[in-house]
Design a protein around this ligand. Structure first.
Ligand code: GTP
Ligand code: MG
Length: 407
């Protein structure tokens, strides 16, 4: 059985921007938080959730989830997050906790860049006067650090790689794939980056230093897609910076990680009724809250939830999956009539799969054996047979018919 959280989100940025606060709010896993740089040294790993409207209401059934959760019509699918040490300029050359940090994001499929939108921390994460630092610089420097890190790895034996590829007439893709696979970079990323950089894959010895950097920069954008979380939006200097950040070529999500953490913790203690992503909450046990706690929660309601629509944490995770990674949710069932598995569990699993996944590929994702013995699939909504090449759509419920069994 495939793990539901088959992708990894890296929570990254310079020190002291709120990465661990965001991570903790998303996962409720403990992580050290403090207002000075390099609070986090060892990475934190935890499970957060992608939230999407469940199909059980549309199909008018009562579900019994197994690999995910369903609450008030919302299906929560577990996904893995990693919160790493802050990155400072020159990290690729080993400054700060440089290479260690970069090594930890090797496996990340998408990056959530936490920026201090209030401009109250300098380029190394030290506190400065609110509004004094320009967060646009943080975006530029982070792009450069990752590009230079990949470039350094690639450049180690580039001349040899390029010469051998030309001499063998086997092309550059095999050796590049081999060199970069440890960074989570796939062959199709390399194809696309070569095309985007306008380079001739048959003549790598002719690539200049500048060409190589152009290629690596494209590779970074393709293989480690990134969104920007404009954090600390509760601070007055954040609004103007948010507008500036929005002009960049990124999805930018305004966020108050601190508010989300407070809400999640209060909800965990059942003091309030709040689900991540909600635009409001209800106090359920007012007698258990001190005056200052009530005041803090009411400020969050007024200044963040009602004014901004949400804290932004859930939106960031959903956006990373549905927009950056272009994923969809698919519900496999065995028994089409009851939409259940062989134990009678209704809509047991919700899978996150890349858009473009075919019915046959989906069968392989469930189980290799099911992929190998695949005959056809049935779409539960249309009650129609679909072929192996049929591309699945978001919120599809499908049953795989195989030579061995149905799933
Ligand atoms: N005002 C405000 N402060 C925040 C917010 N999120 C985090 N902070 C504060 O920012 C400081 C840094 O938070 P951390 O979560 O430790 O930041 P980090 O990016 O993990 O820091 P390093 O591990 O040192 O790189 C702490 O004082 C947090 O309380 C927010 O949404 N608003
Ligand atoms: Mg931290």
């Amino acid at each position: 059985m495939q793990r539901a959280y088959s992708r990894l989100l890296g929570v990254i940025g310079k020190p002291n921007t709120g990465k661990s606060t965001f991570f903790s709010a998303a996962t409720l896993a403990p992580a050290e938080i403090a207002n000075y740089p390099f609070t986090t040294i060892k990475p934190n790993r935890g499970i957060g959730y992608v939230r999407t409207p469940c199909v059980h209401e549309e199909f008018q059934v009562k579900d019994n989830p197994k690999n995910s959760l369903c609450l008030d019509g919302v299906r929560s699918i577990p996904v893995e997050l990693i919160d790493v040490a802050g990155l400072v300029p020159g990290a690729w050359e080993g400054r700060g906790l440089g290479n260690q940090f970069l090594d930890e994001i090797r496996r990340a499929d998408a990056l959530i860049h936490i920026v201090d939108a209030s401009g109250g921390t300098d380029c190394e994460g030290r506190l400065c006067k609110a509004g004094e630092h320009d967060p646009l610089e943080d975006v530029q420097f982070l792009e450069r650090e990752i590009t230079m890190w990949i470039a350094t790895i690639l450049k180690k034996d580039w001349t040899k790689i390029a010469r051998t590829a030309e001499a063998d007439k086997k092309g550059i893709f095999d050796p590049l794939e081999e060199r970069l696979t440890g960074l989570g970079i796939k062959r199709h990323h390399i194809f696309e980056a070569t095309r985007k950089a306008g380079l001739n894959a048959d003549k790598p010895t002719a690539w200049s230093e500048e060409d190589l950097l152009k290629f690596v920069d494209a590779l970074r954008r393709i293989s480690k897609p990134m969104l920007i979380v404009a954090n600390k939006i509760d601070l007055p200097t954040a609004e103007a910076n948010l507008e500036k950040l929005k002009k960049l070529n990124y999805t930018v999500i305004p966020c108050c990680a601190e508010a989300e953490l407070a809400l999640r913790r209060a909800a965990e203690k059942q003091l309030i009724d709040y689900k991540p992503g909600d635009c409001n909450f209800k106090i359920t046990q007012p007698e258990k809250l001190s005056q200052s706690q009530t005041k803090a929660l009411e400020t969050i309601r007024e200044k963040i939830l009602l004014e901004k629509g949400s804290t932004g944490v859930q939106e960031a995770i959903n956006t990373a999956y549905f927009k950056l990674l272009n994923m969809i949710t698919v519900y496999p069932v065995e028994d089409l009539e009851h939409l259940a598995d062989h134990n009678g569990r209704v809509l047991p699993d919700a899978y996150l799969v890349p858009y473009g996944t075919t019915a046959h590929q989906f069968a392989y994702l469930i189980h290799t054996e099911l992929g190998e013995s695949f005959i056809y699939a049935v779409d539960a909504r249309e009650k129609k047979r679909i072929g192996e090449d049929a591309v699945l759509r978001d919120r599809d419920v499908v049953s795989i018919v195989s030579a061995r069994k149905r799933a």
